[in-house]
Write a protein that binds this ligand. Structure first.
Ligand code: SDX
Length: 447
């Protein structure tokens, strides 16, 4: 018995402008099913199983979604085997070298590089929304002084929905949504810098709209209220590069979180807040903090890199080489290559010698020549060197993941906006139940 997915579905599917070249044949028992195959613009292929359960009663199972596509997206392309990363078609190497973070944010969110007039208007609009509501300042005072910056950031970003209730409307007009986006981009940098200031017990510094986006952030973070601050252009250039490199990365853990939370018609601020929480994990964005903590532990332990590589390979040892390995990249993370080079440039320009950088380079050299890492295709990822630059710029380790979130913000926004524009259904995965079969209730006196 050969069952086909009904003809009109296939034709409708083909009209989705996807190159449906052929179908996949699935044999279940005596039945054969033909499932559409789609090909993306970079020749990635997928078997479309949207009708699978309806036609066959089967679901697929894929813990960690290692083989499962959640969506079709036009924002970022990764090729893990070749170590390729492109934002809206532009290679990350060119953007990191020639663009600015605000320009990349515009590119990710609106799909094309802005004209001069467009980027000037974008900056003008953002600069009008850099202030945080004075009532929000009380929230900063409410956090214990040593509370982790990521927990503060997630809470504070979600609280924006209380101050801007118009953002709660899931059906905002494009103009209303643009304003919601502008407010978030503007206020996030202020919130991040104020979290840092509060951690030092210092007074916060208000934004100065004469500065560009990144300079303003560094001014609020490292400036002093009393004197005119000279923000070193080396720091501005390094910060732009780091933020660009973190700006998006297709369907990673935190972006998938933002999309699935947004798919319930939840507002942008709460969706981004959820993404910040997902990024906090040391297996994800929290790795940049864990890398420095690991390198310092190795240094304090005498710098015996070989000993720690052995530990990382030992199945019975929970120690992992933080900043190494990636779900998608089975080659060098192109961002890690750029950051590694930037490390040397920035530290020499700032006249900083960081012993932890030397340990990182030795660790990379030993690991990359070790059969275990070669066989498992474990390479340094974006988090391996980024912390060294953040440290050189003057940030404390606990602020590193917050800086990752600041960089990832435009990517999260772009992905959330795309999910809404594509009118995707609420995300609701299925499961295979492995619990008890039906059994009758036993009254307490009989247990
Ligand atoms: C980010 O997805 C993204 O795009 C994320 C990100 C982004 O921009 O959004 O790129 C940012 O999160 C980068 C990753 C930061 N995390 C770390 O650096 C933490 C250390 N790395 C690992 O925990 C791990 O590599 C992951 C979490 C990154 C990926 O894990 P996977 O894909 O689930 O792979 P796995 O854990 O199944 O590992 C496969 C094998 C295992 O060995 P076996 O069980 O097959 O024998 O490789 C081993 C692992 O034990 N392995 C490591 C290792 N990473 C994987 N062994 C030692 N050290 C490591 N770091």
């Amino acid at each position: 018995m050969v069952l086909y997915i009904c003809e009109e579905d296939l034709i409708k599917f083909a009209k989705n402008q996807f190159h449906m070249s052929e179908t996949a044949e699935l044999k279940l028992g005596k039945s054969i099913y033909h499932l559409p195959i789609l090909k993306g613009t970079e020749n990635e292929k997928a078997i479309d199983i949207e009708k699978l359960r309806e036609q066959t009663g089967f679901i697929t199972l894929d813990s960690g979604f290692k083989n499962t596509g959640a969506t079709k997206s036009a924002i970022t392309f990764l090729d893990g085997e070749k170590g390729i990363l492109k934002y809206r078609g532009y290679p990350i190497e060119q953007l990191a070298d020639q663009s600015t973070f605000l320009e990349v944010a515009y590119l990710l969110i609106y799909g094309n590089l802005p004209t001069k007039a467009q980027i000037d208007e974008f900056h003008h609009q953002i600069s009008r929304h850099t202030l945080v509501h004075e009532d929000m300042k009380k929230f900063f005072d409410g956090f214990p002084s040593k509370s982790h910056p990521m927990g503060q950031l997630s809470s504070l970003v979600c609280s924006l929905s209380s101050f801007y209730p118009e953002s709660l409307n899931p059906h905002q007009t494009p103009e209303e949504l643009d304003l919601t986006i502008i407010k978030l981009l503007g206020k996030m940098a202020t919130i991040v810098s104020w979290i840092y200031k509060k951690s030092l017990g210092h007074p916060v510094i208000y934004p100065q709209n004469k500065y560009d986006y990144v300079t303003n952030f560094l001014y609020m973070t490292f400036g002093q209220r009393t004197e005119e601050v000279h923000i070193d252009p080396v720091l501005v250039s390094a910060m732009n590069k780091l933020l660009i490199l973190h700006a998006d990365h297709e369907q990673n853990c935190s972006t998938s979180t933002v999309r699935i939370v947004g798919s319930s018609d939840c507002n942008l601020y709460a969706s981004i807040s959820a993404g910040i929480s997902a990024l906090w994990g040391p297996l994800h964005g929290g790795a940049n903090q864990s890398v420095i903590e690991m390198l310092e532990k190795i240094r304090n332990d005498g710098g015996d890199v070989d000993k720690w590589v052995l530990k990382a390979k030992d199945k019975n040892d929970p120690f992992r080489l933080m900043g190494f390995g990636h779900r998608v990249y089975k080659n060098f993370d192109p961002r890690a290559k750029i950051i590694k080079k930037a490390c040397d440039d920035i530290l020499s320009k700032l006249g900083i010698k960081d012993p932890v950088l030397e340990i990182a380079k030795k660790l990379e050299e030993v690991a990359l020549s070790d059969a275990y890492f070669i066989e498992k295709k474990l390479y340094p990822n974006v988090d391996f060197y980024s912390g060294i630059i953040y440290r050189a710029l003057g940030f404390p380790t606990e602020m590193f993941t917050v800086l990752f979130a600041l960089g990832r913000l435009p990517g999260w926004i772009a992905q959330w906006k795309e999910m809404r524009e594509q009118e995707e259904p609420i995300g609701r995965p299925r499961q295979i139940y492995i619990g008890e079969n039906t059994r009758d209730y036993i009254p307490m006196h009989k247990r």
